[in-house]
Design a protein around this ligand. Sequence first.
Ligand code: GCO
Ligand code: MG
Length: 404
Amino acid sequence: MDVIEKVEVLVSSPSRNYVTLRLTTRDGIVGLGDATVNGRELSVAAYLRDHVGPLLIGRDPGRIEDTWQYLYRGVYWRRGPIGMAAIGAVDIALWDILGKRTGQPLYQLFGGRVRDRLATYRHAFGWDLPALLDQVDAHREAGFSNIRVQTGVPELDVVYGVTKDGPVYEPAGRSARPAEETWDAEAYLRYVPGVIEGVREQVGPGVNLLHDAHHRLTPIQAARLGKALEPVGLYWLEDVTPAEDQEALRLVRQHTTTPLAIGEVFNTIWDCQYLIENRLIDYIRAAVVHAGGISHIRKIFALAEVHGVQAAPHGPSDVSPISLAASIHLGVATHNFAIQEYMGYPDLVHEAFPHAWRVEDGHLQPGDEPGLGVTLTEDLHRAEDYEAAYLPVARRRDGTLTDW
Ligand code: GCO
Ligand code: MG
């Protein structure tokens, strides 16, 4: 029996912060896991280094499910993004080791392909309609037919990832404190439906359009937006209300047939269960890294399959190429996996995590390397490059804090 011999936690910043787990076995097999929680990186790194790493030494890397249960049930203080991202990283790394040991790309170990290629969506940002259409056109020319459209609002200075001076993604700013933004939901509701209608008029019916409200509306505002956007025929409307008030989605659902997507901040199947079983959503957005790794997210997808809900995992640039790889392998092997978000990465991130997965004809392919098919470029994972970065916070015009 092989055993886990070395546990390394790398906090690095090849242009943006990532936390990577590297496990090495006595036989010399290396498994990689992603443990990045945007804006809270050091807490996951400490959780892994101080509490999880020592428990892994000497364990059989082939006992993936048992290790998951041990790390989950072995903690009285369960769940939450930090603990679940740490367990997720271990789980991803163990699957990577299994793939390498057997010489199989992970999708083969998940039962083989159910589809030839995996749909993906890209992001278009623009302060106003012409700027937004420039980005939409660029994605279409590059072969993508699923596009998330985000616009500014004239009465505001910045709206989730868009400023008057152009897109600002990455919104996590490198500073000791989060930036503060002003939010006005009514101003947003006055402006945004018209812009999205303008995009639809321009692109015609053949392009799937998505929109992310980023947790910022009340239930009835969300219902108004869903209803207003019905003529556009959105592929989905995402995170219309803060995700912890799950009953809110029932109210939204009663008023609109616009498909709803939620769950990028969910950590376990128990966060997803109510929404899935009550069919209050159409797409579940949990990500491999934040929802306990490959083993656990497969259970979420299976629950979703039974209830006619489709999988559509989170894939911004803060989800590293390692967990994106895991998601793509799952994507080609999971029947109810609808689409994978792919925001894209700065060049340095591609260099830091050389990967076999690729974009081809507007779709994603996992590649055929054993395991995840991702490696690390050692000298781009320097601890000294890390710098604290925080996502912004938002206040209403009267100064009260609201959801960013
Ligand atoms: C998305 C998300 C992200 C988040 C980011 C926070 O749909 O891709 O909403 O853009 O804002 O992951 O760290
Ligand atoms: Mg989102």
